[in-house]
Ligand binder design. Structure first.
Ligand SMILES: C[S@@+](CC[C@H](N)C(=O)[O-])C[C@H]1O[C@@H](n2cnc3c(N)ncnc32)[C@H](O)[C@@H]1O
Length: 258
């Protein structure tokens, strides 16, 4: 190769090496227009096929379950595997509570909670309009009027300020693409003293046959909730495969470390 030819291709080699460094060596912060907290996430090229390659506080975020999985959410065996009636009884609901079911899917939990809220309601929040259509269909079929579908964006649950007593997330938190922004929106929507309950498959137990990214450890959940100012209250280990973790939004005059 002549010296002149080498000189001509040199800039291309430099550009290629720079691109390679960006892709493989440095995880890049995601700069998405709808993501205000660009620096809390990192994107990695090599990652689990079950995840989106985006990491938050050391955890890879799982892929969202699409609306074509609605049948899976409504499967008969779920009664045994997850004991939804026990989940509902562990929530200690009051009849006038306003509950936000975040990542409601088909409303599997929303429709089990709504009958207990004789003077309250459930906001069934999801990002997939198809899921909200299924919720509308079940509302008519079950003749339940106090479930209100709410269309969220990936980074905003669209809750009215200080209006929620309980935000519930069942099998949903691990797939939020913008967990920090969504949790900030939830904290804003909660009344002071309001609760967040997360039900997630136990990540500590390798014998629970659920994909790793669809399980969470208590340690990880606590770290992520603490990052948005929520205070851990209790963990109920009474479900067959999931833990139910309760957090609270402190009253403004409470100490966060109470
Ligand atoms: C695995 S499904 C669980 C559904 C329901 N909680 C249940 O237990 O049957 C997770 C749901 O979370 C929804 N989701 C994902 N990201 C969301 C977000 N940022 N805000 C609201 N919902 C979201 C998905 O569309 C999906 O319907």
């Amino acid at each position: 190769m002549s010296y002149n030819h080498k000189l001509k291709i040199l800039p291309f080699i430099v550009i290629f090496l720079l691109m390679l460094e960006c892709l493989l060596v440095k995880p890049t912060a995601i700069a998405r227009a709808d993501s205000p907290s660009t620096t809390v996430y990192e994107q990695r090229i090599i990652h689990s096929p079950d995840g989106i390659g985006k990491y938050y506080m050391g955890r890879e975020i799982a892929k969202v379950m699409g609306y074509t999985g609605a049948g899976w959410l409504e499967r008969q065996s779920r009664e045994v595997e997850e004991q939804p009636s026990k989940i509902v009884s562990l929530l200690n609901l009051k009849s006038n509570d306003v509950v936000a079911d975040i990542g409601a899917g088909t409303g599997y939990l929303s429709f089990r909670i709504a009958p207990l809220l004789t003077r309250g309601k459930v906001l069934a929040v999801d990002v997939q309009p198809e899921m909200l259509e299924i919720i509308e269909l079940f509302k008519k079929e079950k003749n339940i009027t106090n479930v209100e579908p709410v269309l969220a964006t990936l980074s905003n649950p669209n809750l009215p300020s200080e209006s929620i007593d309980l935000a519930l997330m069942v099998d949903a938190y691990h797939e939020l693409e913008y967990p920090q922004e969504v949790m900030q929106g939830i904290v804003k929507g909660l009344k002071p003293g309001g609760r967040v309950v997360l039900v997630e498959y136990r990540g500590e137990n390798p014998f629970i046959m659920i994909k790793r990214l669809h399980k969470m450890t208590q340690k990880q959940v606590s770290k992520e909730m603490q990052a948005v100012g929520l205070v851990w209250r209790e963990t109920k280990n009474l479900l067959p495969q999931q833990h139910l973790m309760v957090f609270e939004k402190p009253n403004s005059n409470d100490s966060l470390t109470r």
